[in-house]
Design a protein around this ligand. Structure first.
Ligand code: FAD
Ligand code: HEM
Length: 422
């Protein structure tokens, strides 16, 4: 909790800090990377830095944390802290790096706000920063310890499967031959690759299933530049990584995970490469005896671009009460629908819990459709950089519709469960 004196100072200066966030962010990263160029090459996403996307996340979340401390002094914004801590822990961020960020963030604030940053103002924002940093450091330490303490581990590619023209699945086994830790369906790993110019860039990939107890599986969509450079890591994985090669992976992280008992009705809605956490969730449900209705919704350009479609259908078919609804913009086969996902005609059981993952326009559209149908606002939100996003909400009991019979698109009831139980 903030001291009374700092709270008053932060309240008075929050509007000025908020209004200058863009410039503060620019100066912060310029100073940070000038002093520590290895952080740009080997830790931060240099595509995001070049494109200017996600840059305000750090400074913006400090301002959001300050707002929360002022509005709810008795509560900690745990959802926000945990989301960031999972990401940081997956990246291998170390406690001493908080001093480096502090130095350059506060230098940027002083440079941008000038004389307004009196010693009193600096001390008040220092208190905010360290309250947040210490909370993050503590959660990150616990998360790392729960996963055995080390950041990176070498994994050998044992199988590579072309799912579609643009999506490849990589199956990996620990190069040290050691055991593979379980994961929760919906979690991701960070993947660190050495690029030809010597930089080591890191990206996150959802675990798209667990084909065997000693394997990890990720499915990567190649990001083609549309007037901008091609995505660095996804194209590197597609062009250069084959069976026998070794990748560095973090342990599984992420708190947007499947959290439902066998009698909780579920809606799993995805689009494009947002299918990856959904197949892991379906695999888990299929292997854990989920009894309640599961409504599976997916949108894609065409059946040919629908990655993991066979898994998507086969796991759904293993469930006693699943209804599958697929939308394709082109070439929709019998049993699927044409166009973009539209939940208007999709009946959903009362008390259903929803998990959404897909590109931002899909997330916005589906979220608006759910809210329009009386769903309460999401209990937690995750914005994953670039390609995928997650949104999880609940639906008030007693406001549902009737469910239809199982869709013919659900496919045969045959595939074995793959994802280890959380
Ligand atoms: C939790 C999480 C889970 C994810 N799961 C998956 C998954 O299962 N499968 C999957 O495929 N992806 C997944 N992603 C996305 C993945 O992490 C990467 O973001 C994605 O692969 C793109 O990385 P990249 O290195 O190829 O692209 P980047 O190099 O990071 O480029 C990203 C974008 O920036 C643009 N850009 C680059 N440089 C510039 C510039 N100078 N000017 C303007 N624009 C520029 C590129 O054109 C591209 O559109 C997930 C992300 C998160 C956060
Ligand atoms: C109080 C201090 C910090 C705050 C509030 C903060 C906040 C954030 C936020 C909000 C995100 C985005 C999370 C998401 O995508 O869900 C993020 C990502 C990230 N943070 Fe931090 N952070 C802090 C300290 C640090 C430190 C000390 C480092 C290491 C030098 C660091 C490195 C990163 C990196 C590399 C990313 C991923 C972004 C990318 O790859 O471009 N952060 N942080």
């Amino acid at each position: 909790m903030l001291s009374e004196q700092s709270a008053a100072t932060v309240r008075a200066t929050l509007p000025a800090v908020g209004a200058a966030l863009g410039t503060i962010t620019e100066r912060f990263y310029a100073g940070l990377f000038a002093a520590r160029p290895e952080l740009l090459n080997d830790l931060f996403n240099r595509g995001n830095q070049a494109a200017g996307t996600q840059r305000q996340a750090l400074a913006g979340s400090v301002a959001a944390f300050a707002t929360h401390l002022l509005d709810h002094p008795e509560q900690r914004p745990d959802a926000m802290l945990h989301r960031i801590a999972h990401k940081h822990a997956s990246l291998g961020i170390r406690p001493e790096q908080y001093d480096v960020v502090h130095e350059h963030l506060f230098a940027a604030i002083a440079e941008v706000l000038g004389d307004a940053v009196t010693p009193e103002v600096a001390a008040a924002w220092d208190e905010v920063y360290w309250l947040m940093a210490n909370a993050l450091i503590a959660v990150e330490k616990r998360l790392r310890q729960e996963r055995g303490g080390h950041a990176w581990r070498a994994w050998e590619v044992v199988e590579r499967v072309a799912e579609t023209d643009d999506v490849a699945t990589f199956r990996l086994r620990p190069a040290d031959g050691g055991p593979v830790r379980d994961f929760l369906a919906g979690q991701y790993v960070s993947v660190r690759v050495a690029l030809p110019d010597g930089a080591r860039q890191i990206r996150q990939y959802s675990l798209s299933g667990a084909p065997a107890p000693d394997l990890r599986q990720i499915s990567v969509k190649r990001v083609r530049g549309e007037g901008t450079p091609d995505g660095e890591v996804s194209n590197h994985l597609h062009a250069r990584v084959a069976v026998g090669d070794v990748l560095e992976l973090s342990e599984p992280y992420g708190d947007l995970v499947l959290d439902a008992g066998p009698d909780t009705p579920l809606l799993l809605a995805s689009a494009g490469i947002g299918v990856t956490p959904m197949t892991a969730m379906l695999a888990h449900l299929a292997g854990s005896g989920h009894r309640a209705p599961v409504t599976v919704v997916h949108g894609d350009r065409s059946p040919a671009t629908h990655a993991l479609r066979a898994d998507h259908e086969a796991y759904a078919a293993k469930l006693p009460e699943a209804a599958v609804h697929f939308w394709y913009e082109q070439d929709a086969p019998a049993g699927a629908r044409s166009g973009l996902v539209d939940l208007a005609g999709v009946p959903v059981e009362p008390g259903t819990r929803a998990y959404l993952c897909g590109p931002l326009p899909f997330m916005r559209a589906v979220r608006a459709q759910l809210i329009g149908r009386g769903w309460r606002r999401p209990t937690s939100t995750t914005r994953c950089s670039g390609r995928t996003c997650g949104w999880r909400g609940g639906r008030p009991r007693g406001r549902g519709d009737q469910r239809p019979a199982r869709s013919p698109a659900a496919g045969p009831r045959s595939a074995p469960p793959r994802c280890p139980p959380p």
